[in-house]
Design a protein around this ligand. Structure first.
Ligand SMILES: Nc1ncnc2c1ncn2[C@@H]1O[C@H](COP(=O)(O)OP(=O)(O)OP(=O)(O)O)[C@@H](O)[C@H]1O
Length: 617
């Protein structure tokens, strides 16, 4: 009753655009992470600005885009037509204002809502837009979406185009840092999808001549391919595919109107189905779909009119049709692949033979595994009922409707006290804990059978729920939380080996992380600072002068649950395990785990670098 009587006119608020974006940033730019994941909002900000430049390129205006990132200042310059000078302020600060609503030309663009730049503007502590046309320039500056400066029109000799500079607001994006490799990957993707476009990023030049073929070439090494990349292009569709010798699972890249749809959607579903159907028809055999798709490495790009995405971040296509009064996405993709893949296989019998051998091999392996798999599954089921290894959380990645699903995290720990501390201090909604019993098995050189036979791995696989495919992955973040001593490093290495060998996509798609834990605590009566490096320690001591107390943390087990909360809560620091080329998975494993390299192992354990791609071959 009390509550109802408090409900008056005063309770009804309507937010203005800036406020709305700033109170609900997730709706516009997705995750508010610190930049350690490629789908964090700070990268979406860049993308929103870039998408407008790309639209200009697609219109035939401006072949070069310059991107500069210095610390936290991002600037993006295109040589397109330039925003109409009288509208420069409006298009970046008035919701649903844009030039793409009724233009036929923009039907196949991703920018239609008239929202993107406004979101960037509202979420930036500094935002400047400059447009040049007909030797005149108009510029304006904002802070958190509020106009702070509007320059008069001035004469200029600059080339026409638009330049946007912004600094993401660190009261919204806390502790963020741009990761160069994520940005490079994003920019490269733009190049693959826009042949002829040059992007210059901090002076480095990116350009692609062969589109999706170049993309795959980057992901998989020539000698890991069962047959050379098949690259098929048509009106509004481009696909590329091959099969890997070493990779167990399936790998897909998908794009719609130049947008990387990291969560797939109707076009990807259609592509998977179409490949299976075309292959079955070509060989005239009723193969299992999973045998055909096993080890596939592929990409599809589609152009759809007025696409519908499932959110403003545009990572999943929802459209069922190619556009108004056009066939369905499914029919379109299917027809294209049926005709063109079939033709290709007829014309290239050596590829057809290689593919057939691969499918038959997958079939054999599946049958071999099926007996043991069933056993293992039953065992895992029984065990998971009272799985002491797993302390699960409530929200999982598979609960797509729950906005917190992206936060779902599985900590893999070792040692009773560390597991205990994490279990006590975690957020039971989103953080689960899997405890290893001592050192896990070294899986280097073993076959997938071991994942089923080894109880620990089998339970881990069951917890992750990726036995059939990655779509059912239950946690967005898989975090290795081991001590920073030699044993801990070794366990970390063994676990990375395990994932590299059997689930490389988890690494490629950025799900695997290493938990950073502080080396020191520096505090005085008023303040506590946790330090993750020597430099941080020095500056903390400086800050808390004259006589702070300094404690060195040796292992995770030593840190009390209360204290642990500070490291796995909001301020959690995660270092992603990165892998740029599957190409070298074999070589990498050999390098890391090769039996003949005890010296190397010593070296690695002492100097374990998280970025695996830095290994020299
Ligand atoms: N680099 C640019 N060159 C030319 N015009 C631009 C540029 N950036 C923005 N504009 C103009 O500003 C308008 C608003 O851009 P904004 O990013 O806010 O929305 P949008 O691209 O129309 O749609 P979306 O919400 O999907 O991003 C665009 O429609 C376009 O007319």
């Amino acid at each position: 009753m009390q509550e109802q009587s408090q409900y008056t006119e005063d309770n009804i608020r309507s937010l203005d655009w800036k406020e709305h974006i700033r109170t609900r940033p997730g709706m516009y730019i997705g995750k508010l992470g610190d930049g350690s994941s490629p789908d964090d909002g700070i990268y979406i900000l860049i993308k929103e600005v870039l998408d407008n430049c790309i639209d200009e390129f697609v219109m035939g205006a401006g072949k070069t885009i310059e991107v500069t990132i210095k610390d936290r200042t991002v600037s993006v310059r295109d040589y397109g037509r330039g925003i109409p000078l009288g509208k420069v302020v409006e298009v970046v600060s008035k919701m649903n204002t844009g030039g793409k609503y009724d233009s036929k030309a923009f039907k196949k663009s991703v920018g239609l809502n008239g929202v993107g730049t406004k979101a960037v503007n509202a979420l930036s502590s500094f935002f400047r837009v400059e447009s040049v046309r007909d030797n005149q320039q108009k510029a304006a500056e904002f802070s958190a979406g509020n106009l702070t400066l509007e320059e008069d029109l001035v004469e200029t000799t600059k080339r026409k185009g638009t330049k946007v500079t912004f600094i993401a607001d660190d009261t919204i994006f806390k502790n963020y840092k741009f990761r160069n490799d994520y940005i490079v990957r994003m920019l490269k993707n733009y190049c693959y999808l826009n042949k002829g476009l040059t992007i210059i990023y901090n002076g480095e030049k990116f350009v692609s001549e062969n589109g999706l073929k170049d993309l795959l070439q980057e992901t998989i090494a020539e000698d890991d391919m069962i047959y050379p990349i098949i690259h098929l292009t048509g009106n509004d569709i481009e696909i590329a595919l091959t099969h890997s010798k070493t990779q167990y699972s399936e790998e897909y890249y998908s794009f719609v109107n130049g947008q990387n749809t990291t969560q797939g959607g109707t076009h990807l579903a259609a592509f998977k189905e179409a490949v299976v159907r075309a292959v079955k028809e070509f060989y005239n055999k009723n193969f299992e779909a999973s045998d055909i798709r096993k080890s596939i490495v592929s990409a599809i790009s589609l152009k759809v009119e007025e696409p519908v995405f499932e959110s403003q971040t545009k990572t999943k296509l929802g459209s069922t049709d190619m556009g108004p009064d056009l066939p369905t996405v499914r029919t379109f993709v299917n027809d294209f692949i049926k005709t063109n893949l079939d033709n290709f296989l007829h014309k290239n019998p050596e590829v057809a033979d290689a593919l057939l051998r691969k499918i038959l091999q997958a079939e054999r392996e599946r049958k071999e595994l099926s007996g043991i798999r069933k056993l293992a599954k039953d065992r895992a089921k029984k065990a998971s009922l009272h799985n002491k290894k797993l302390r699960d959380c409530r929200v999982h990645l598979t609960d797509a409707k729950n906005p917190r699903s992206l936060e779902s995290t599985l900590f893999i720990t070792e040692g009773n006290s560390a597991s205990g501390s994490i279990t006590k201090s975690r957020d039971v909604n989103t953080q689960a804990v899997f405890s290893l019993r001592g050192k896990p098995l070294n899986t280097y050189g073993m076959t997938k059978k071991i994942v089923y036979e080894n109880e620990e791995f089998n339970l881990l696989q069951a917890a992750l729920n990726i036995e059939e495919d990655y779509e059912n992955l239950r946690y967005n973040n898989i975090v290795l939380a081991t001590d920073a001593d030699v044993d801990g490093m070794h366990i970390r290495l063994l676990m990375i080996t395990f994932f590299l060998q059997f689930f490389p996509e988890l690494i490629k798609e950025g799900h695997l992380y290493i938990l950073q834990t502080p080396l020191f605590r520096v505090r005085n009566k008023k303040k506590t600072i946790y330090c993750y490096s020597e430099e941080e320690r020095v500056s903390a001591i400086e800050e808390l002068k004259p006589k702070p107390e300094i404690t060195r943390f040796k292992g995770l087990g030593e840190i009390s649950p209360d204290e642990f909360k500070n490291f796995i809560g909001e301020d959690i620091r995660l270092e992603p395990v990165m892998l740029d080329k599957t190409s070298s998975i074999e070589k990498l494993l050999e390098f890391y785990m090769g039996k003949n390299t005890p010296n190397r192992q010593e070296f690695i354990i002492g100097n374990l670098k998280v970025e695996l791609d830095k290994v020299e071959n």
